[in-house]
Design a binder for this molecule. Structure first.
Ligand SMILES: Nc1ncnc2c1ncn2[C@@H]1O[C@H](COP(=O)(O)OP(=O)(O)O)[C@@H](O)[C@H]1O
Ligand SMILES: [Mg+2]
Length: 411
């Protein structure tokens, strides 16, 4: 049996036990698992290992190599794309053949294809969440120098992220990485997205039995509008007087509120006036998730982390002993107590009751439920009681109509 050349990134299985002598469409391996996918050109299968589930996509060697290398370089710049695990070359097959190469990516946990979000002839009450998800994803990819070249509904995976939807890029076959994108490149990418999404929305309408004139052909244009505002908010320079330094702090706080970490701040005098031009370089949308990882060792996506951090602060304020040590050590103890009495027992219960859902998202759903109860009753609700009531109510999630991550300028 011929053995392929396999290049593996550290931390993943070697995949050598798979039947590489046959095309993946003809595999009947015990490791194969069925997972829902978007619409795709190349054959894709999923395999389960102790380390996790992986997606294997078969395509000609040149394309496979390009996709693997792009995903690898991109994963050093942002966490908004699928993680590449391996590149496979079947050297006994003509490199132009479809099954001569394969790219292996880590399955994106708890992610699902867009079909799960469709309601009516489009995205119904989730439309705003989709606008935010796509605009946010494109802005982040563009900030990291990635020209996508094929942004479409099927080339993205979706995950619930507290009251928002997080989008993850999966298909990088057409992508190119640059140090920085020009405005022309960014707008070309947006044009491609608009055309792709119009086609996708027409297909959704047709598949749901709606007429073409009822299709949401505007979705891509609305994403572009939101993208522009967000891009401007993140990249526009600020010109201040030398005695207005508080405005720099304000600007950084605003960017952090949007979830963006700030990497660098540059200050340049404006000519001979007393004015200073401030330009801020933003990093990824990981401000709260980084903070939560630092203080509690919990990995969550950005909006989940923001909400969980509020819960930590709430518990600290409510249950902290009066006059308790407010030093870093005192705070670390309070966080540990929160983790042991709240986060761990509740997420364990969620995982036990609903192994199919992301327990961290479940925890955010419960926090949102507790908040709504308290607002309704005009008083704090005890955590254990709120948790039981949330379970009894069928573990409801966020109301998509009430959630949006839009920049303030859009409100
Ligand atoms: N790492 C992954 N995790 C989860 N699903 C994935 C992953 N990679 C691919 N998929 C699923 O497979 C589908 C096809 O992958 P894609 O790379 O877009 O292939 P193609 O190049 O044929 O369009 C996607 O729509 C997605 O649903
Ligand atoms: Mg694709």
């Amino acid at each position: 049996m011929p053995v392929p050349q396999i290049h593996i990134r550290p931390g993943h299985p070697d995949f050598l036990d798979l039947p590489w002598d046959r095309p993946i469409s003809r595999w009947s391996d015990p490791r194969l698992v069925d997972m829902p996918t978007g619409i795709h050109r190349h054959p894709v299968v999923f395999v389960a290992y102790e380390e996790g589930v992986y997606a294997i996509k078969e395509l000609p060697v040149r394309l496979a190599t390009h996709e693997f290398e792009t995903l690898r370089a991109l994963s050093e710049r942002t966490n908004r794309s699928a993680r590449p695990a391996g590149l496979v070359v079947r050297s006994w097959i003509d490199p132009g053949e479809e099954c001569s190469g394969a790219v292996i990516t880590r399955f994106v946990d708890y992610a699902f294809p867009y079909r799960e979000l469709v309601s009516g002839g489009g995205f119904g009450s989730r439309r705003t969440q989709m606008l935010d998800a796509f605009a946010g994803l494109l802005v982040e990819l563009h900030l990291s120098g990635c020209f996508w070249g094929d942004c479409s509904l099927s080339n993205v995976l979706y995950r619930y992220d507290a009251g928002a939807i997080e989008a993850v890029m999966v298909d990088a076959e057409t992508s190119r990485l640059h140090d920085e994108l020009t405005r022309g490149q960014r707008y070309e990418d947006l044009d491609i997205m608009q055309v792709n999404l119009a086609g996708d929305m027409a297909d959704i309408a047709a598949s749901q039995g709606y007429d073409l004139d009822e299709a949401d052909l505007e979705l891509g244009f609305d994403i572009t509008d939101r993208y522009r505002l967000l891009w401007k908010e993140l990249t526009a320079d600020l010109v201040i007087r030398a005695d207005e330094r508080y405005r720099i702090r304000e600007r950084i706080r605003r960017l952090n509120d949007l979830g963006f970490a700030v990497d660098d701040v540059d200050m340049t005098p404006e000519g001979s006036s007393q004015r200073v031009r401030i330009s801020v370089r933003v990093g990824g949308r990981t401000f709260h998730s980084q903070r939560l990882r630092e203080i509690a060792g919990i990995d969550a996506s950005e909006n989940q982390a923001r909400q969980i951090l509020s819960d930590v602060a709430y518990h600290e304020a409510k249950y902290g002993e009066r006059g308790e040590d407010r030093s870093p050590t005192g705070k670390a103890v309070a966080t540990m107590r929160w983790r042991m009495t709240q986060f761990e027992p509740f997420t364990n219960r969620i995982a036990h009751l609903r192994p199919d859902i992301d327990p961290i998202q479940g925890y955010c759903d419960y926090l949102n439920f507790r908040y709504n109860l308290a607002t309704e009753r005009q008083q704090d609700v005890d955590s254990d009681q709120a948790f039981e009531e949330w379970i009894d109510a069928g573990m409801p999630g966020f109301d998509p109509e009430l959630t949006s991550q839009e920049p303030e300028t859009l409100r």
